[in-house]
Design a protein around this ligand. Structure first.
Ligand code: C5P
Length: 422
């Protein structure tokens, strides 16, 4: 890799950028109470480095004013087909040509019906039809009463739109503004943001399965006590998010953490190292050999090395005057080494939390576990933090990934894995 990293750097130079940084997103708002959530989406998109333009339908303005969106985005809001701020007065052509993606949130039943049938009777419907479909994605986040959503007419329109390569985001199930509960809620802004990131990221891992362990394990002593560590799971979750953005089918096996699952990632929650091993074995055993050979196992979890030899069935009581109980430990199985010893085996990536001599300890661990790639970091400096730095080790050498957010490092790690796989 880095050592001579020219090959890698050349490859990376040609790789398209990830996610939303510098991407041109046209946020379109049609009528719906959920329009207030779109304000939050706009802020999140700007924070993620996207360039924004906003289009509203006439009825959307009954819910949130154009001035609110203008203030949030710092950009003019377009509503009129004949807007004279666009020099050729062809807003319906220029806006679609400008955008990398259009996201309609909320998308009303009426708008879906018009889009499905190519009806162009306002700026939004016209620009969706006029957009260059080969380079401007259309994503829609429906929001409506559950009866409206489940009505055969709406379902027919949704099917037509899907056939026309429209990407549907939701709707979600839950409480609705009309007081009912059911399908038709708009997805939350963070989900919409992740879906956009997903849609716009390069697909380095298309068609591959990626199994990831993350977080700590919890080894019970008795029903209320146990031994764990300070891993937050942030690095593993960021890697799951990046792998999914890169097009992999991701299964995340998580120890006890309080993190939300990344968009489109299948998650299994576990507690102890034995649970984690069982979940990993099950996941691999459900895959065909040909799939395993093309899959990736990224072992990010801080798995406890030992567990108490016995778990007391009742809480161990403090006895006045008696000495503290002594615990006997037994070693946990090494999940990663077990996967690496399988045949066929996935491409295995380990993590090493060290306190010094990253290169020496990391390389020794990579060889001992017989894995092609290992990411070493200083454990006590990264547990629970949002930033990290990694030293990547593989058969070709080592490469430092300098201090950055765990999201950024996760993307770099996925690029490195994709590069080693090709
Ligand atoms: O040997 P050490 O615990 O430092 O190795 C760390 C790597 O091995 C990490 O990738 C971790 O997820 C994995 N591991 C494991 N099962 C264990 C211990 C560590 O999969 N019991």
């Amino acid at each position: 890799m880095a050592q001579d990293g020219n090959e890698l750097i050349t490859k990376h130079a040609t790789m398209p950028p990830w996610g939303l940084e510098g991407k041109r997103i046209l946020v379109a708002v049609s009528a719906g109470v959920a329009a207030y959530k779109t304000c939050i989406l706009v802020r999140a998109l700007i924070r993620a480095g996207a360039m924004i333009k906003i289009v509203m339908t006439e009825s959307a303005r009954a819910f949130v004013s154009a001035e609110t969106f203008q203030a949030l985005s710092g950009e003019p809001v377009y509503t009129d087909l004949w807007d004279d701020r666009v020099s050729n007065r062809m807003a319906h052509i220029e806006l679609g040509r400008w955008a990398d993606a259009i996201i309609i949130a909320p998308a009303s039943a009426d708008l879906m019906a018009r889009l499905a049938h190519g009806i162009c009777n306002d700026l939004l419907s016209t620009l969706c039809l006029a957009r260059p479909r080969d380079r401007c994605l259309l994503l829609i986040a429906p929001a409506m009463n559950k009866e409206m959503w489940s009505h055969p007419a709406t379902q027919r329109n949704a099917a037509i739109l899907e056939k026309d390569a429209t990407i549907f985001l939701g709707p979600d199930r839950g409480d609705q503004a009309c007081g009912e509960t059911g399908d038709g809620r708009m997805l939350e802004p963070d989900d919409l943001l992740q879906a956009l990131e997903h849609a716009l990221s390069p697909k380095f891992l298309a068609g591959r399965h990626c199994l990831i362990t993350a977080g700590p394990t919890f080894e019970a002593i008795d029903p209320v006590r146990g031994i764990t560590n300070r891993s937050s799971g942030k690095m593993g979750f960021a890697i799951a998010r990046a792998a999914s953005q890169a097009g992999a089918i991701v299964h995340l096996i998580a120890g006890p953490v309080s993190l939300k699952s990344p968009w489109q990632v299948h998650r299994t929650d576990v507690v102890s190292a034995l649970d984690m091993k069982q979940a990993v074995d099950r996941a691999l055993e459900s895959m065909q050999h040909s799939v395993i050979e093309r899959s990736i196992f990224i072992s990010v979890a801080a798995v406890a090395d030992w567990r108490p030899a016995e778990i007391a069935s009742q809480k161990i009581k403090k006895q006045h005057g008696e000495s503290a109980p002594s615990l006997q430990f037994i070693e946990n199985p090494d999940i990663l080494a077990g996967v690496a010893a399988r045949s066929p085996r996935p491409f295995c990536v380990g993590f090493a939390a060290e306190s010094e001599m990253l290169h020496e300890h990391g390389e020794a661990k990579r060889k001992k576990k017989n894995i092609p790639m290992l990411a070493a970091n200083i454990g006590h400096e990264t547990f629970g933090q949002d930033l990290n730095q990694l030293l990547l080790l593989d058969a070709r050498g080592s490469r430092s990934l300098p201090l950055a957010t765990k999201e950024k490092l996760a993307q770099q790690l996925i690029e490195a894995i994709a590069s080693d796989l090709t």
